[in-house]
Write a protein that binds this ligand. Structure first.
Ligand SMILES: NC(=O)c1ccc[n+]([C@@H]2O[C@H](COP(=O)([O-])OP(=O)(O)OC[C@H]3O[C@@H](n4cnc5c(N)ncnc54)[C@H](OP(=O)(O)O)[C@@H]3O)[C@@H](O)[C@H]2O)c1
Length: 319
């Protein structure tokens, strides 16, 4: 590659939907922040299943994207430019965010983000740990608090406890005093007990559907897992799926308040999450770290469906 022009950056983009080969590490112009936006030098980006689902085109009818598209919606970095209307943020501030899912993402050295989506980076986390937080923790927060209205004493089942959303959800549910059941394979049992889960069901040996009288289920799997979940809830229980829209006929039959949760970037909630992290209430698990030019390996790992915690892209070297 030729030496880089100072107005250029490296970014991983797709020009068409499809497999990992569609992702190209390219040199493109550094974006200019609009009046309400902040330009951020990205230190690290988080990888989420939505990244490869978007790459494949599975979400093309739900989220309108213009191609070429820079993937990745979790970011942490430093403010390097602000639009005319921005008062809260200034050069050098360390920030993190879940980017607007309709916009260009964070697999890039720079990104412009609406100023009202940014929060101060948790002080106790490294860049790479902070990049693992926004999308999954906001999803868990919104599913448990906004949708399921979790409260002390609730008996909650969180499917796929060792995934990005599961790890956040277990800790957020324990924080309010719920009893937490979760599912995972054998290798994650001890890890999830240490994280605070009251009972970890090894799905390779046992059937979670023997549980009964649950107040809340957070479904991260859909399909057969969702189908078998209904009968484990008490009448009037709450089922929140982040994987598939729950069947209305079944929610009526079992008398369950069922809903689908779709993550909304939210800086107020993310700031509360950052405070919980800095006060030691919430911990972060990074599964693996890749560089921008290893993006195909990062997606392959995410698509395997068996990571513990988060995959992170190191975009710039740590200071
Ligand atoms: N609607 C939304 O807004 C929203 C937001 C975020 C995520 N999502 C979706 O929610 C799902 C979960 O996201 P994520 O980021 O947590 O994914 P993830 O980190 O890739 O989840 C991986 C985890 O799933 C576990 N797992 C796989 N099969 C399992 C099974 N049969 N039973 C229990 N656990 C199983 C694995 O544990 P083992 O290795 O122990 O098997 C692994 O730890 C994805 O489909 C994602 O697209 C939706």
């Amino acid at each position: 590659m030729n030496p880089m022009n100072k107005s250029e950056m490296r970014a991983v983009r797709i020009h068409d939907y499809g497999g990992p080969e569609q992702m190209k590490l390219e040199r493109i112009a550094i974006p200019e922040p609009a009046a309400n936006e902040v330009l951020i030098k990205v230190r690290a980006a988080g990888v989420n299943p939505i990244d490869w689902k978007t790459r494949e085109g599975y979400l093309a009818e739900i989220i309108p994207h213009a191609l070429p598209l820079t993937l990745g919606w979790d970011l942490v970095g430093e403010v390097t430019g602000v639009g005319k209307q921005i008062e809260k943020w200034q050069y050098g501030d360390e920030v993190f965010a879940c980017q607007d899912l309709t916009k260009n993402g964070s697999y890039a050295e720079y990104i412009t983000v609406s100023g009202d989506l940014l929060s101060a980076k948790p002080k106790t986390l490294s860049w790479q740990e902070a990049a693992a937080v926004p999308l999954v923790t906001l999803t868990a927060w919104q599913a448990l608090n906004d949708m399921a209205q979790i409260k002390k004493g609730d008996r909650v089942l969180i499917h796929a406890g060792a995934g990005g959303v599961g790890i956040a959800a277990i800790q957020l549910a324990k924080r309010v005093g719920a009893t937490v059941y979760t599912t995972a394979s054998s290798r994650n049992i001890d890890f999830l007990k240490e994280l605070g889960a009251d009972e970890v069901i090894d799905y390779t040996k046992y059937d979670f559907s023997e549980l009964e009288n649950l107040d809340i289920i957070i479904d991260t799997m859909g399909g057969e897992v969702l189908e078998k979940s209904w009968a484990t809830l008490k009448k009037g229980g709450r089922l929140v799926s982040i994987a598939e829209i729950p069947n209305k006929a079944l929610s009526d039959k079992y008398e369950i308040n069922a809903s689908f949760c779709f993550i909304q970037p939210n800086s107020e909630q993310l700031s509360m999450i950052a405070n919980l992290i800095d006060s030691g209430t919430l911990s972060v698990e990074v599964d693996s770290v890749f560089s921008l030019d290893e993006i195909d390996k990062a997606h392959e790992k995410s698509e395997s469906g068996h990571t513990r915690g988060k995959i992170v892209i190191k975009v710039q070297e740590d200071k």
